[in-house]
Design a protein around this ligand. Structure first.
Ligand SMILES: O=C(O)CCC(=O)C(=O)O
Ligand SMILES: [Fe+2]
Length: 221
């Protein structure tokens, strides 16, 4: 099973993996997220004040979602020392609240760690691996992460074509259109699924026109 996941990750630059987090841990995590955003799952009128997309939260029930199995998978895919892959004390929530009246549009791709002021270098890798951890089922057009399968290799080739020009992730990200990254794929994860993605994978968040929020967390090592 792990060999199949690793093969997928290497070829496509991402792998969406189920079964790393016990269901009761995810359920407690989802309950904690509703409390953290001060919203009632049974009352959509309370969802409107829960606006911010990114929120850092110190919440043990959310940190507990980073199970030893998840951390071991991150180490396996990133090919680095397992001691590096620790669970967080503070989690980064990335929640997409629904706007059923909006029109869903395919988002534009980006790579992470590409903010100019942060000055991250392209080589050696800006981070080992990134994860998105989903706390609820995500329907089509419900705020699923969009990935460009295999784009990590195309973007790597672009970077290596001019290592000086693309020394910074910021400059590489600006030229993604030159990399020929192919067609996007909108993921529809199940609760408890974890998306592992390569630091050069083109991806994007997307809008949520469904009838429920998308609760997720992002962590990188
Ligand atoms: O929310 C998502 O699905 C992805 C978000 C993302 O790509 C980012 O915040 O860098
Ligand atoms: Fe991103």
């Amino acid at each position: 099973m792990n060999a199949v996941i690793k093969e997928q990750y290497e070829a496509q630059g991402y792998a969406l993996v189920s079964g790393l987090i016990p269901l009761e841990v995810i359920e407690r995590g989802e309950e904690a997220m509703w409390r953290a955003v001060e919203a009632d799952p049974r009352d959509p009128t309370t969802w409107t004040k829960a606006r911010p997309f990114a929120q850092t939260l110190e919440e043990p029930a959310l940190a507990a979602c980073y199970t030893p199995e998840l951390l071991a998978m991150a180490a396996l895919l990133a090919e680095d020392d397992p001691v590096i892959f620790t669970a967080p004390t503070h989690v980064l929530a990335l929640n997409v609240f629904p706007d059923p009246a909006a029109e869903w549009k395919m988002p534009h791709p980006h790579i992470d760690h590409a903010i100019k002021e942060h000055g991250h270098f392209t080589f050696p890798r800006a981070f080992r691996i990134a994860t998105m951890l989903y706390l609820n089922d995500v329907p089509v057009h419900g705020g699923g992460t969009v990935v460009w399968p295999g784009s990590h290799r195309k973007i790597e080739a672009l970077a290596k074509s001019d290592p000086v020009k693309y020394a910074l992730m910021y400059d590489l990200n600006r030229d993604l259109a030159l990399a020929g990254i192919g067609e996007p794929l909108e993921l529809t994860p199940k609760r408890g699924d974890v998306l592992f993605y390569h630091y050069l994978l083109a991806h994007a968040g997307s809008g949520n026109v469904s009838d429920r929020p998308r609760f997720a967390m992002n962590r990188k090592w």
